[in-house]
Design a protein around this ligand. Sequence first.
Ligand code: TMP
Length: 212
Amino acid sequence: MSTSSGLFISFEGIEGAGKSTQISRLARSLEARGHRVLATHEPGGGMPAGKSIRGLLKDPAIWRELGMAEIYLYAADRAHHLESVILPALDRGEIVLCDRFLDSTRAYQGAGRGRCVDVIEALHALEPLTIRPKRTLLFDVEAHVGLARARSRGSSDGAGYDDEDLSFFERVREGFLQIAAAEPERVRIIDADASPETVAQRTLEALDDLLI
Ligand code: TMP
């Protein structure tokens, strides 16, 4: 499947790493340079069913009972997101900024929960899940820093992972760092324990070779 003329960039990191702030800033600065930008997110970026699927995945009473099916539900959400939002935007030649993608499933369900990574990889070898971002920016903060930031701002749409213990976030962070080590060309680590201005500058630098 072709990703045509657009540019697909994903943003990853644990809770409290500051992804959302940086995605908004980056979208503004790319638009100011004349690019057409679509900012979207997972889970739940697909239209029309994303919001409903997100509700299931963010509800602890539900996801705690899902077992392996949690991986399949993230994959279904992603397939719907790709077909309804991401691929059409790439076909229109837009820059797609996606807050979380496949690496979140690898890091949270794989490294964090210890679910079978082979299933994750097998699902993502099937259409339309074969699409990969051209670049992934990993916003890295220590788990205790991210968790403290996330707790201080509260969760916007449910309990999510806020009640998981610190060791869970340490495993997730380590999972992200291992993905980055395995794919250094695609995944760039950004030290996000700095002011928003500094992190925004690092973000632009990490995309420099892709933006003309
Ligand atoms: P957020 O919208 O606040 O980033 O929350 C999304 C939550 O969903 C976050 O805790 C990470 C989790 N998540 C997974 O566990 N696996 C995934 O594949 C994705 C996309 C998100």
